[in-house]
Design a protein around this ligand. Structure first.
Ligand code: SAH
Length: 352
């Protein structure tokens, strides 16, 4: 049996399913889910993320948070948490860079929030030199100052999609026809969570909602505002999203999101405005990733590393720097938003 057969049988029994249910099954089904059964990153995988492109990314992210920690009087102990750490590369690079900040690594309780057992095993290996614990959810994060990293985590959280019809919304659902998964629309109904979108949409426009993100932001923002700390959230997306942004990637190629459930990565743009709606702490402007990295001195760091490299390694290092920062590569598509306590300054690289 495949995930597709399983979903077709479920739809035959229960009727069309919500897109967030579909996405959740595709990504995290215990037997057939994409993250639960595969290691999706790198050249052999389906996509490459910023920390996998160059060590400079994790180093600068770690140092931005370490500066916040120093500015707050070096609280100890504190939580250094990452959501959806993938292969654990970002955290390893951050901890290595922050070893130069006296007291930081010793005071850090490193917590990885990871749903996939397969990826937890990879993270255990990458971070074998460090004491690390794993949690299923941000609700289990301890009451302590929180210094938080999330790179391409929110885009993997399931979304629902709604098509505007008059003053109401029809939900886009996943159904079946002739053994194939297809989209359909549910009945038109009011959606209080989309009231603010009645102002900037027209009939037929599609908007997305990510319910799980609101709960997560509520918890993170409460911890940071009450206990202190800071956060850096990176993702592709923008302040406000409009239209269908659900995308599937298989072997680095775009694929049909309904075509091969469980075998392709499924993501959708992050609507940063929606993240802030549920966030009780202060947040920075949404900043392009390239601008953030330049502000933190990535070019100086790249030049320093370049001195140690020659030939092909030097060429790929130069390409990696460009890929992370250039506006036509990841520099503008990816954004970062800083979280911080009201009355403090936003994390270095972001601005109020
Ligand atoms: N941050 C990493 C990986 C991004 S991919 C990098 O930059 O390379 C998304 C990550 O989030 C994976 O580790 C995936 O298993 C994890 N993930 C997805 N949904 C999750 C959820 N609901 N709870 C916890 N982890 C989740």
């Amino acid at each position: 049996m495949s995930l597709k057969d399983h979903l077709l049988a479920r739809i035959a029994l229960e009727g069309p399913m919500r897109l967030d249910d579909y996405m959740q099954s595709c990504l995290l089904h215990p037997d057939w889910g994409y993250y639960t059964t595969r290691e999706p990153f790198g050249e052999k995988g389906d996509f490459t993320t910023a920390p996998e492109i160059s060590q400079m990314f994790g180093e600068l992210v770690g140092l931005s948070l370490a500066q916040c920690w120093l500015d707050q009087g070096a609280p100890a102990p504190f939580t250094l948490a990452e959501l959806g750490p993938g292969r654990g590369t970002l955290m390893a690079d951050a901890l290595r860079a922050c070893a130069g900040v006296p007291g930081f690594v010793d005071a850090a309780q490193v917590i990885l929030v990871e749903a996939s057992p397969a990826l937890r095993a990879v993270q255990r290996e990458t971070l074998s030199a460090h004491k690390v614990t794993w949690q299923n959810s941000v609700s289990d994060l301890p009451d302590a100052p929180l210094f938080l990293i999330a790179n391409e985590f929110f885009d993997a959280l399931p979304i629902r999609q709604f098509v505007r019809q008059g003053a109401g919304w029809a939900e886009r659902l996943v159904g079946a026809a002739g053994g194939t998964l297809t989209y359909g629309l549910g009945p038109v109904a009011p959606q209080p969570a989309l009231d603010h979108r009645l102002k900037d949409t027209r009939d037929g426009d599609l908007v997305e909602l990510r319910g799980a993100a609101a709960e997560i932001m509520q918890r993170l923002g409460t911890l940071i505002s009450q206990q202190g700390g800071a956060g850096l959230i990176f993702d592709y997306g923008d302040w406000r999203a409009l239209g269908d942004t659900l995308q599937a990637l298989e072997n680095h190629q775009p694929a049909n999101p309904l075509g091969t459930p469980g075998r392709a990565d499924l993501t959708a743009h992050v609507d940063f405005e929606a993240l802030t709606d549920a966030c009780p702490c202060a947040f920075s402007k949404v900043t392009p990733q390239g601008v953030f990295l330049e502000r933190l001195g990535i070019t100086a760091r790249a030049q320093k590393l370049a001195h140690t490299l020659t030939g092909g390694a030097l060429q790929s290092h130069i390409a990696a720097h460009r890929r992370l920062t250039h506006p036509t590569e990841m520099g503008n598509l990816f954004k970062v938003m800083g979280l911080y306590q009201a009355g403090h300054t936003p994390p270095p690289g972001t601005e109020a």
